[in-house]
Design a protein around this ligand. Structure first.
Ligand code: CAA
Ligand code: NAD
Length: 309
């Protein structure tokens, strides 16, 4: 376990922390989403422990946080570069890393999971942590598509389990969907809303239904763009330009799929088509399947629908 400097964080947090209940957050999964959430939580004075399977992945996650922070301070401290440097040091001082989650949950107020989109793997993670985490610790999942109730079902804290669905890139996207299951207590739901607000996000309340609000609309749209292309009705470049300039989207559907991760998109689609095989919105895409089989997951692997440097 590598501690970068939680002592610095305590000094930082006294002036900026707004969420009384949740102070120490353990974030499991240091990929695109976990690192982004860690960055925003640490930037708002929370003590963060980022957990992943290897030190190398964690080092990459922390490096990504630093790179993103540099982009943030370039604007926020445009005229005060030294204050910007100090801000980055303070934020990084709030982030520690670990490879064994059970060793770091002792003082966690919230354990938020952002690991691979697979029900069994998420359940295994939470059932292990449930045995060692303190009574008061709230568990939450950042799942894109899986029922929160199914993930929570393996734990003994159904009332202290909810969904916190952030959006990519976390430092830029202003929304968090907060999901309560039929067992989530009002206290837990309120804590999750307050925590999201303390991170500077706007929240919406969601039912525990597939894809909540955003993904239930966004994922079928992106996949219909792929099917449109597969039918030969438009090049991916033209479809992207059309949706950016004709519909005002910041990214076209192919760019966004590459940004989200084609592996994640396929996990979502496979899960939904297993639940509702006859729904044409969830029909398989040969092109998506081919790219995933080739390990072309999008921006994070350097190639998806497009190539990246
Ligand atoms: N960290 C910090 N700052 C960032 C950033 C990051 N990761 N990404 C962008 N920025 C900021 C920077 O200030 C950047 O300026 P610099 O390049 O000078 O650093 C500024 O944003 C503009 O960025 P770009 O010029 O790179 O491009 P842009 O204007 O298109 O903005 C974007 C980037 C915010 C990502 C925008 O394209 C966008 O909103 N795209 C759509 C994203 C989206 O729809 N996300 C949801 C995905 S679905 C999901 O997340 C749910 C799920 O479960 C799958
Ligand atoms: P990612 O592939 O970038 O990162 C996942 C990380 O989890 C990897 O670093 C991996 O090593 C780690 N991991 C896997 N199993 C683990 C375990 N058992 N213990 C600890 N670490 C483990 O994926 P991502 O894009 O960050 O997505 C993570 C989660 O967030 C998924 O559930 C996804 O559906 C959801 N999500 C993704 C997006 C998006 O746009 N990519 C948006 C919102 C939500």
């Amino acid at each position: 376990m590598a501690f970068i400097g939680h002592q610095l964080c305590r000094a930082f947090s006294s002036s900026t922390l707004r969420s009384a209940a949740i102070k120490h957050v353990v974030i499991v999964g240091g990929g695109q989403m976990g690192a982004g959430i860690a960055q925003v939580a640490a930037s708002t004075g929370h003590q963060v422990t980022l957990v992943d399977t290897s030190e190398a992945i964690l080092a990459k996650g922390v490096k990504g946080i630093e790179t993103s922070l540099k982009r943030v301070v370039k604007k926020k401290f445009a005229d005060k570069p030294e204050a910007g440097e100090a801000f980055i040091a303070k934020v990084l001082g709030c982030v520690s890393t670990a490879t064994d989650v059970t060793a770091v949950v002792e003082s966690a107020d919230l354990v938020l999971e952002a690991i691979v989109e697979n029900l069994k793997i998420k359940q295994d993670l939470f059932s292990g942590i449930d045995k060692v985490a303190p009574e008061h610790t709230i568990f939450a999942s950042n799942t894109s598509s899986l029922p929160i109730g199914d993930i929570a079902s393996v734990t003994s804290r159904l009332d202290r389990f909810g969904g916190l669905h952030f959006f990519n890139p976390v430092p830029m996207m202003k929304l968090v969907e907060v999901i309560g299951t039929s067992s989530t207590s009002q206290d837990t739901f309120d804590s999750l809303v307050n925590f999201s607000k303390a991170l500077g996000k706007t929240t919406v309340s969601c039912k525990d239904t597939p894809g909540f609000i955003v993904n239930r609309l966004l994922v079928p749209y992106m996949l219909e763009a792929v099917r449109l292309h597969e039918r030969g009705h438009g090049s991916k470049e033209d479809i992207d330009v059309a949706m950016k300039l004709g519909a005002g989207y910041p990214m076209g559907p192919f760019e966004l799929l590459d940004y989200v991760g084609l592996d994640t998109a396929k996990f979502i689609l496979d899960g939904w088509s297993a639940m509702d095989a006859d729904n044409p919105l969830f029909a398989q895409s040969p092109l998506l399947n081919k790219l995933v089989a080739e390990g072309k997951y999008g921006k994070k692997t350097g190639e998806g629908f497009y190539k990246y440097k």
